[in-house]
Design a protein around this ligand. Structure first.
Ligand SMILES: CC(C)(COP(=O)(O)OP(=O)(O)OC[C@H]1O[C@@H](n2cnc3c(N)ncnc32)[C@H](O)[C@@H]1OP(=O)(O)O)[C@@H](O)C(=O)NCCC(=O)NCCS
Ligand SMILES: CC(=O)OP(=O)(O)O
Length: 324
């Protein structure tokens, strides 16, 4: 799954990736490995003395990394001026100056001003605190109305690698019908970037009318709209997870569906279902979970789960930088 991305990063000019939590041991381990493997130039944010002390304490050489201290940045006033302009009257210069003391806002502005190619944060920051500066400063790419997210779920088996996509498990709390349609289109695009041929199931507690309720209606209406589009991948819904996944159950619950029993891209009706669902697959099903990979954003900025390990940071850094 990573071979093409690694090849791309090794062969092209070195891209710079900002890490907002520069002194965090998992970040230091991943940054050291990313530089050693000649994949990218890590930009570690924080106090240089603290970062160097943490790197030494954990035996991580970081000679190839850049260290930038938001509290001692020489061009901070230019950054404040740009941030006030981008926030369009929503933040004063003093508010921007205060926000830029924090590495989540500083790192996002560094990307906005072209000082780095992308950003990866969230090893200690919550998702909301990692993503909010990106929503406010980087904003949606042309043609997108919302930023959403997906997880690539991977598990090695005797028969090779199992790959699935799950969305939106991290950003939109309760997407409406329009937002669900956009999440499906963006998630199918993400699936293709990872070499997955998407077969998309819009999940619910009901299969094709077996249950009733407003949330079922929302999912079915979104699925009906998608089915009416000329898409180059199959979509169906509303489907329960067993009907979407199991060919045996699909025969009973959704015979004739182009997706039921073979879905590989699962769209949840809300963030409760999505976040719980992907973590169950990760912890009970022993899937590796790569994400949340942000979709619809104007620059490559990604979040980590606070439960991530150094290897997951390493892989998310590759994904973030390669997908620029
Ligand atoms: C993403 C999130 C932080 C945004 O919430 P928020 O900061 O309260 O949002 P606000 O309504 O104040 O909006 C802040 C800005 O972001 C924009 N925004 C909010 N949600 C957005 C979305 N889904 N897509 C694009 N822009 C969005 C708003 O338009 C606003 O922009 P503006 O300030 O330029 O007008 C919130 O939806 C959230 O907490 N999501 C769940 C995160 C989480 O806990 N996940 C579970 C663990 S992964
Ligand atoms: C994606 C996610 O759930 O993040 P965290 O575990 O940090 O809340």
């Amino acid at each position: 799954m990573f071979e093409n991305m690694i090849e791309l990063l090794k062969s092209g000019p070195k891209r710079k990736l900002v890490f907002t939590e520069g002194a965090e041991p998992r970040i230091l381990e991943a940054a050291s490995r990313l530089y050693r493997d000649n994949l990218l130039t890590p930009v570690l944010l924080g106090n240089p003395d603290e970062i160097k002390a943490a790197a030494a304490a954990h035996g991580q050489p970081i000679d190839g990394c850049e260290i930038v201290d938001p509290l001692a940045y020489p061009d901070i006033e230019a950054m404040v001026i740009k941030m006030v302009e981008v926030r369009k009257g929503k933040m004063t210069a003093d508010e921007c100056r205060a926000a830029l003391k924090k590495s989540n806002y500083f790192g996002t502005m560094l990307v906005k001003m072209g000082g780095a190619d992308g950003l990866l944060g969230g090893a200690t920051y919550s998702t909301a605190d990692t993503v909010r500066p990106a929503l406010q400063i980087i904003k949606c790419k042309p043609g997108s109305k919302i930023v959403s997210s997906s997880f690539i779920m991977r598990r090695a088996t005797d028969r090779g690698e199992e790959l699935y996509v799950m969305a939106d498990c991290a950003i939109n709390l309760d997407p409406n019908e329009d937002e669900l349609v956009e999440i499906v289109l963006e998630t199918a695009r993400t699936a293709k970037l990872f070499g997955i041929d998407p077969k998309v199931a819009l999940l619910s507690y009901s299969t094709l009318g077996s249950g009733k309720g407003e949330t079922v209606d929302k999912v079915r209406k979104a699925a009906d709209r998608l089915k009416a589009m000329q898409l180059d991948f199959p979509v169906d819904g509303e489907l329960q997870f067993d009907a979407a996944f199991s060919p045996v159950v699909a025969k009973t619950k959704a015979p004739g569906s182009p997706v039921a029993g073979q879905a590989n891209t699962f769209i949840f009706p809300n963030i409760n279902a999505g976040n719980i669902g992907y973590k169950i697959a990760q912890r009970l099903g022993r899937f590796e979970a790569f994400g949340p990979i942000l979709q619809g954003l104007n620059a490559p900025i990604n979040d980590l789960s606070r439960g991530c390990n150094a290897d997951e940071v390493y892989k998310m850094a590759i994904i973030t930088t390669a997908l620029k």
